[in-house]
Write a protein that binds this ligand. Structure first.
Ligand SMILES: [Zn+2]
Length: 205
């Protein structure tokens, strides 16, 4: 069993911005922001969201971004039986395949809870399990564009993998702070010569 990848090699001036739990209320705005900055991102999609918003899921890959899977129901795999976790993981990838036409080779477990059953199955399928170097905290109440941007910008370095959210499942969706932070993050990356690329590009050897 291999552990989740948590950062790129860091030998190139590249970072990966990842967007979890969508497609959702902020997906289109994120696509516009990335497009405006000639940046590419990776979207860890939740299967049930893809089922509800297939056009938005297609818009992500049509714009040249990468799709990863993030389960079907976003269960906490440390809180459910192994078979349930496995079903949740595989159901997410299947829902994405139905809409996008391919099985994503990248997988991120909700809350980063990669359990032995899902890690083993992912490895057997040749998937890469993807963690992060930094959580932006954009889902928390009380965050502002400034607080999110400040935290992310402080952690920008070659090989960084940043988690933001373009959809949200459990809470009222207020994406405004993240959407305020994103242009500032993209600008800071550009000023430091760090190109936002997809996770697969970041990890290539
Ligand atoms: Zn998530």
């Amino acid at each position: 069993m291999t552990a989740a990848v948590e950062r790129g090699p860091g030998d190139r001036p590249e970072i990966a911005l990842t967007f979890d739990d969508g497609p959702g209320g902020a997906t289109n705005a994120v696509l516009s922001a990335l497009d405006g900055a000639a940046a590419r991102g990776t979207f860890f999609m939740v299967g049930s969201q893809v089922h509800e918003r297939p056009a938005q899921a297609r818009a992500v890959t049509a714009a040249g971004h990468e799709a990863g899977s993030h389960t079907y129901e976003h269960l906490d795999h440390e809180a459910v039986p192994a078979e349930t976790a496995l079903e949740d993981m595989l159901g997410g990838a299947a829902a994405i395949e139905r809409v996008l036409g391919f099985e994503p080779p990248l997988y991120r477990a909700p809350y980063g809870h990669f359990v032995p059953a899902t890690s083993r199955e992912a490895a057997m399928r040749g998937w890469t399990c993807v963690g992060w170097t930094m959580l932006a905290g954009d889902w928390r109440a009380g965050e502002t564009g400034e607080s999110i941007a400040g935290r992310v910008i402080a952690a920008l370095e070659p090989g960084a993998i940043v988690v933001l959210h373009d959809g949200r499942r459990d809470k009222p969706a207020d994406h405004a702070p993240m959407l305020t932070a994103l242009p500032a993050i993209l600008q800071a990356a550009a000023e430091r010569g760090l190109q936002p690329v997809t996770v697969s590009e970041l990890l290539r050897s």
